[in-house]
Design a protein around this ligand. Structure first.
Ligand code: SF4
Length: 232
């Protein structure tokens, strides 16, 4: 059962231009040091669970003006019954955006085959050879590649995105990622925010990339994608 640990009632930025509620699930199969949701990843058992009935009551009460939901975490695709959960949301006529780390292609395939999401945002953490250094767990890199292929060929709108972190993920890695994703529709460079608590607080307070450095990365890879965006 999908364990819901947080609900942001209204967001205008998580699935722009739509007005959505953001559903935060507990648990993740990665341990990225720069993760801004350490409680959702490491200590979600200590956070009060939001019952499904409570969530659906919330959605039903707002259906006149809510366009959809964004399902994020943690990592939604660690839950085998995620497709059934999403269907209950789609049955309410709502749009669904799914955030994922791409480590569970079997769940992603079911969701894509059943066409029950409207947008997929997948984090491509770093170049394939450096993955374990960033996510701090063993990774079968074929699963990441499989998710990338599934998303690119899904016919569903999507983005791939990378958080850039000085000393960990920089221009060299971004250029390798761009080569891997070449021909994809949309790629987003996200700046790291170093002021919040994270899984590994050694990153806290570190100097982040300047806007001009992000624009330089963007310039180097723009030929690989239809669109490259910089966020943060
Ligand atoms: S950043 Fe995402 S994938 Fe990484 S640990 Fe946090 S929730 Fe999991």
């Amino acid at each position: 059962m999908v364990i819901i640990k947080g609900l942001q009632k209204t967001s205008l930025i998580d699935f722009s231009p739509y007005t959505v509620s953001v559903i935060f699930v507990g648990g993740c199969d990665f341990r990225c040091g720069f993760c801004h949701n350490p409680d959702l990843v490491l200590r979600f058992n200590e956070i009060k669970t939001i019952k499904e009935e409570e969530l659906f009551k919330h959605l039903d009460e707002r259906k006149k003006w809510l366009d959809g939901v964004c399902i994020t975490g943690g990592e939604p695709c660690i839950y085998k019954d995620l497709p059934e959960f999403i269907k209950k949301i789609k049955d309410r006529g709502l749009l669904v955006k799914l955030d994922t780390n791409g480590n569970n292609p079997d769940i992603l395939r079911r969701i894509i085959n059943e066409k029950i999401v409207d947008y997929i945002a997948m984090d491509v953490k770093t170049s394939l050879g450096d993955y374990e250094k960033v996510v701090n767990v063993k990774v079968d890199i074929n699963r990441i590649k499989e998710s990338i292929d599934l998303i690119r060929n899904s016919g569903i709108d999507y983005e791939f995105r990378t958080t850039v972190v000085p000393g960990l993920v920089g221009k060299k890695e971004v250029m390798e990622i761009a080569e891997l994703l070449k021909g994809s529709k949309r790629y987003v460079l996200q700046n790291f925010r170093s002021s919040r608590d994270m899984i590994d607080n050694k990153f806290k307070g570190t100097e982040i990339y300047k806007k001009v450095e992000l624009e330089d990365m963007k310039e180097s890879i723009k030929g690989c994608f239809e669109e490259v965006l910089v966020r943060g």
